[in-house]
Design a protein around this ligand. Structure first.
Ligand code: NAP
Length: 267
């Protein structure tokens, strides 16, 4: 049996096992997707064991998206540009890394809005924000702003992608078409954290969230109340998951089955 899994710490909150195991079952693939909750001090030992465990692919999440890179034989140009790997394939004795988070962002947005020519604000400046930047740049957004709590992080990321940057308070002067919430503020917090005051959100905006626990975060609740379009965080998880499944197995992802599995877990 082929083994796949989520490499993270902690890992137990991940919806990826439910999503991929449902897909393996549907396509009658003899494989299992597991949780690999690995502590930082055990990462090297875990990587050494990959072949012994018959692992064929990994999803990589916090805190390993950058740390995994030094163990890989090859990463593609996209992962290099984003500076993070979220998917690994073991192929012909080599560890190959790529990043499908940008596809998750792109395809979630395209379900609700065009990107070309739009003004986009990205909240956050970590690895997920970098994937969002890659996605909106590739789709030719007109103006892109990175707003972050720590200005030096925003500056570093914005300079890498040649876009503008600032602090959250600068939001009120931008009037974006699209907002992508890519901070971890409010994760696993049902009361939520307000980063952008509700008064600055407008009905003609599209607000995309990356966090999916809780599903309705503070910014999504505020955006919904004022009549803006919203995109919940599991859409990104699903779209990157479809891409990873196809990269690993060479088979078309059974998208409805995977959606059903994720929605069931979130319900
Ligand atoms: P990261 O590299 O650790 O970056 C975290 C970002 O959040 C930084 O910009 C940080 O700001 C900011 N932040 C953290 N706490 C904050 C607070 N209390 N107030 C304001 N800003 C705060 O994390 P990441 O990998 O980019 O992930 C970001 C989020 O996206 C996480 O919640 C993650 O679960 C989610 N995500 C979801 C998907 C999906 O498929 N749906 C995929 C990837 C990531 P500073 O620079 O000031 O520290």
């Amino acid at each position: 049996m082929d083994i796949y899994g989520i490499l993270a710490h902690p890992a137990k909150q991940s919806l990826s096992p439910a999503m991929h195991n449902a897909a393996f079952k549907e396509l009658k693939i003899n494989a299992e997707y597991k949780y690999f909750d690995v502590k930082p001090e055990s990462l090297t030992a875990f990587i050494k064991k990959l072949y012994k465990l018959n692992i064929k692919g990994l999803s990589v999440s916090k805190p390993y998206k950058e740390a995994i890179i030094k163990y890989l034989d090859r990463i593609d140009g996209i992962a290099k540009k984003i500076g993070a790997v979220n998917t690994v394939k073991l192929f012909k004795g080599k560890l190959i890394g790529t990043n499908f988070d940008w596809i998750g962002v792109q395809n979630s947005l395209l379900e609700k809005t065009g990107i070309h020519g739009r003004t986009v604000v990205i909240l956050g400046a970590g690895g997920a924000a970098a994937a969002a930047l890659y996605a909106v740049k590739k789709n030719k957004a007109k103006n892109i702003f990175v707003l972050n709590r720590t200005i030096s992080h925003a500056k570093e990321l914005a300079e890498k992608f040649n876009c503008k940057y600032g602090k959250f308070k600068d939001f009120k002067d931008i009037h974006p078409d699209i907002i992508i919430q890519a901070t971890s503020a409010g994760m696993n917090n049902s009361r939520g954290v307000q980063i952008i005051p509700k008064a600055f959100l407008k009905p003609n905006m599209v607000v995309m969230e990356m966090i999916y626990t809780p599903r309705m975060t503070r910014i999504l609740k505020d955006a919904k109340v004022i009549g803006a379009k919203i995109i919940t965080g599991e859409r990104m998880l699903l779209h990157q998951g479809f891409a990873a499944f196809e990269f690993w197995t060479g088979k078309k992802a059974p998208v409805e089955i995977m959606e059903k599995a994720v929605n069931k877990r979130l319900a």
